[in-house]
Design a protein around this ligand. Structure first.
Ligand code: C2E
Ligand code: MG
Ligand code: MG
Length: 786
């Protein structure tokens, strides 16, 4: 296998004696070169001259950069040119393929047709003959005698047939120095080393091939570039060093609406102004001058005036001494993409109903304002605003009214603040205000007062007027909290304090609000597992028939004893359970307990009583308890007769048809209904007519005044008289003294409940009370009988 040791940077001479006779070779050579021969010597000379002239002209054109023929034709031209200069020369041009694995024959002398097949595709690694080695190592190779050279032993027969004796191979190097192929001159004359002239000719031919090949690929590249320029979907604008337009492509016109003739030679005005927040074009040009390139979004304008968002890539092209020669501006229209991005951004950051920033955007802005406040040392105020009575509007008048109310609230709140303040909707009926850079804290109370006043103004909706108010909580940074989460939490706690204080007011955060709220939170956490932890018990309080002094009813009252906090008042935990959605679950448990004891006591005539269960309107609104209870009562029809339901006469009860309907359903199943705490709510007479209750429970606050307070007496008398006229029985709550009992009896009250008779007691004690009563009754009866 080749290569010989002498294949290095010097030319390689490979000599072998020729076993062929010169005559035979000449004959063969003449035969092979037949197409070149012509009739007479004069004609031959003329022919050779013509050929040489034509070749010179074509090669001259090539040198001058005139359009050239297809790459292979140019190589043929070079081969013909070399062959006209030397009758014994037969040339081939091989190029290395892209993978650098093969030498591909790109052009060859017509006389070499017998060799063509074996030389057309040479695998460089597996066929390392002189040709491949010249290509691989970039060294000129000279084989002085092919007939006996080992490299060519596979081709001996063919080279002999072609009359070839020697071959000189010159690597073709690209301008970069990389070997791209070989130019070979096969010789048909006698063997021997080539002269300096021969070698010059070989080298020139290789150089010419290189020029032709490179010009061809350059021409292809230019054609490709021109076609890209013309057909690009991206706009291309080229400007000079002073930013005057030099050229634009068709996509430029398509995107901007400006035809070529309106912009060429004029100053570039398409990217003058950017939108707020982005870099100005002036700034971009500064970056371009410094870095040589810039890329980003920029706003432009279409010829028709429409805004145009483009993704722009700017590059400057320097001249030989490094000064800016041209700017290339490449841009595509991203207006639609920007619009949809903006829409998505808006949807993600703004509340669709009120168009106010939403929670997410508000928190971003708040964080920024807190950082600013940290730098400037100025106070930042957060106001949490919750609408009072919004739920009622939504439930009673429908969601359209609720939406109208929220929109109007947003408008009013926006009108109460300065330009740099942020009003946002956190969700539902909860709004929030960030008021940064406050110098005078007194102004905050002024703002809060005016918000309260403005929100309390009635809102017109069709033929109705809606009236709500706002509970406001105020927290200051850095006084009340040193971070965003605490600031939000403290404003929220202050807002709850406003709610607790009676709504339609503002409260500034204080440490006592914080403590109270923390306790509340602790209570909430404990309440969540109180049922599972069996911390609840039901106590029973007797209700006495004032005519007989006998216990005929009992109210089931829930008791919660926490292992650490001790007994917790139902007036404290029931509203929390309502708020956090636990009331249904707890109420169902109370119901089960009441049913169980009603059944137990009902089975014995001496203990039979009616048990009344308190139900929160929320239990009826969310539907859960109603379904569970009615399902049970449908199956266990005997229980209903021993049960009553107490519902507080309040706003929800008053307004909700749904609640009334559900209560009536209970009534159909045989359960009696009592209106609890009567006199504390609206006590609407028409409502009493509409709502078919069985009992009215006069609130303890009216009984307290008995027997001395004339207005309490008058009220109790009126309630009793009115109830009786409507067919309702009356129970007096909170009877503590005999005087109260006597007076109630005097004015016709039917039943009484209070500490005078018994405090609420555990079931076992209640049972004892009932048994004792039964014993007493039978003793009385026996006494009467005797
Ligand atoms: P309520 O339904 O009006 O119950 C009567 C309340 O008055 C009970 O308070 C009872 O202990 C108290 N009371 C009775 N007689 C007297 C008296 O002579 N003097 C005084 N000072 N108080 C008396 P309690 O047990 O603290 O219950 C408070 C409220 O909690 C109840 O008022 C009721 O609205 C609610 N509640 C209690 N248990 C439940 C329950 O299981 N479910 C629901 N939804 N609410 C309940
Ligand atoms: Mg009650
Ligand atoms: Mg009551």
């Amino acid at each position: 296998m080749m290569p010989p040791a002498c294949f290095c940077s010097r030319p390689v001479w490979i000599r072998h004696p020729s076993p062929w006779s010169t005559r035979t070779l000449k004959q063969i050579a003449q035969r092979i070169s037949q197409p070149k021969s012509v009739n007479s010597a004069a004609e031959q000379a003329m022919h050779v001259k013509k050929l040489a002239d034509s070749h010179s002209r074509k090669l001259d054109n090539l040198a001058k950069g005139m359009p050239i023929l297809d790459g292979t034709e140019v190589l043929d031209l070079i081969i013909e040119y070399v062959e006209t200069k030397d009758e014994d020369a037969f040339c081939t041009v091989h190029l290395i393929n892209e993978e650098a694995t093969h030498l591909i024959c790109k052009a060859s002398s017509a006389a070499l047709s017998t060799l063509k097949a074996s030389l057309s595709n040479l695998e460089i690694e597996d066929f390392p003959n002189s040709l491949a080695i010249a290509a691989q190592q970039g060294i000129r190779a000279v084989v002085e005698d092919l007939r006996c050279h080992a490299d060519w032993q596979h081709h001996h027969a063919r080279t002999a047939l072609a009359g070839l004796i020697a071959v000189w191979i010159e690597p073709i190097r690209a301008s970069t120095g990389k070997v791209i192929g070989t130019f070979s001159i096969f010789r048909s004359s006698s063997a021997g080393p080539p002269s300096d002239n021969d070698l010059d000719r070989l080298q020139n031919a290789s150089n010419l091939a290189r020029i032709a090949l490179e010009r061809k690929s350059l021409q292809e590249e230019l054609l490709l570039a021109a076609s890209v320029y013309q057909n690009s979907s991206e706009a291309i604008m080229i400007t000079d060093q002073k930013d005057y337009v030099v050229a634009v492509n068709p996509a430029f016109t398509r995107i901007t609406g400006y035809p070529e003739y309106e912009v060429i030679g004029k100053p570039q005005r398409h990217f003058k102004q950017n939108r707020a927040g982005g870099a100005s074009y002036k700034k971009i040009m500064q970056i371009l001058r410094a870095d040589g390139h810039w890329q980003g979004e920029i706003w432009s304008r279409h010829k028709n005036g429409a805004e145009l968002a483009v993704w722009l890539t700017l590059n400057s092209i320097p001249d030989e001494i490094g000064d800016v020669y041209r700017h290339i501006c490449l841009f595509s229209d991203i207006t639609e993409k920007k619009r949809s991005e903006e829409l998505i951004w808006k949807q993600a950051n703004y509340d669709a109903l009120t168009l106010l920033p939403n929670r997410r955007l508000f928190f971003d802005r708040l964080q920024l304002e807190i950082s600013k406040s940290k730098r400037t040392g100025k106070t930042l105020v957060l106001m949490m605003i919750d609408l009072d009575g919004f739920k009622a509007v939504n439930d009673q008048l429908g969601h359209a009214a609720g939406d109208h109310l929220l929109k109007e609230t947003a408008k009013r709140l926006r009108g109460c603040v300065r330009e740099g303040d942020t009003v946002a909707r956190l969700g539902g009926d909860e709004f929030i205000l960030c008021i940064p850079q406050i110098g005078d804290i007194a102004c905050i109370e002024r703002i809060a007062r005016s918000i309260n006043q403005i929100l309390a103004r009635s809102i017109g909706l069709a033929d109705k007027f809606l009236r709500v108010s706002g509970s406001i909580g105020i927290a200051e940074y850095p006084k009340d909290a040193d971070n965003m989460d605490d600031l939000l939490k403290h404003a929220d706690q202050a807002m709850y304090a406003s709610k607790k204080l009676g709504r339609n007011r503002y409260s500034r955060f204080t440490s006592s609000i914080h403590e109270e709220s923390e306790q509340q939170q602790q209570l909430i956490n404990c309440l969540r597992y109180a049922l599972d932890a069996r911390q609840f018990k039901v106590h029973f309080q007797p209700i006495v028939d004032l005519a007989t002094d006998r216990i005929i009813k009992a109210e089931a009252l829930l008791r919660w004893t926490h292992p650490l906090m001790g007994k917790i008042n139902p007036a404290v935990f029931i509203p929390i359970a309502e708020e956090i959605g636990l009331i249904g679950e707890i109420g169902d448990w109370v119901f089960q307990q009441a049913v169980q004891y009603a059944k137990r006591w009902g089975q014995c005539s001496s203990t039979r009583i009616q048990i009344s269960i308190n139900i929160s309107p929320i239990q009826l609104l969310d539907g859960g308890s109603h379904n569970t209870w009615t399902e049970f009562l449908q199956k266990d029809t005997s229980s209903a007769a021993n049960l009553a339901i107490e519902i507080t006469e309040g706003l929800l009860l008053n307004e909700h048809r749904e609640v009334t309907e559900k209560l009536m359903r209970f009534r159909e199943l045989g359960i009696q209904i009592a209106l609890d705490d009567f006199g504390t709510g609206y006590s609407s007479l028409s409502y009493l007519m509409k709502f078919k209750a069985d009992y009215i429970k006069i609130d303890r606050s009216f009984i307290e005044g008995l027997p001395t307070d004339p207005s309490c007496i008058a009220l109790c008398e009126a309630i009793i008289a009115m109830s009786h006229r409507l067919g309702l029985k009356v129970i007096a709550e909170g009877v503590e003294t005999k005087a109260q009992r006597d007076q109630l009896r005097d004015i016709g009250c039917d039943y009484a409940q209070g500490y005078l008779f018994s405090k609420p007691v555990p079931a076992e004690e209640m049972e004892q009370l009932l048994l004792a009563q039964s014993v007493l009754a039978s003793a009385n009866q026996t006494a009467k009988g005797t």
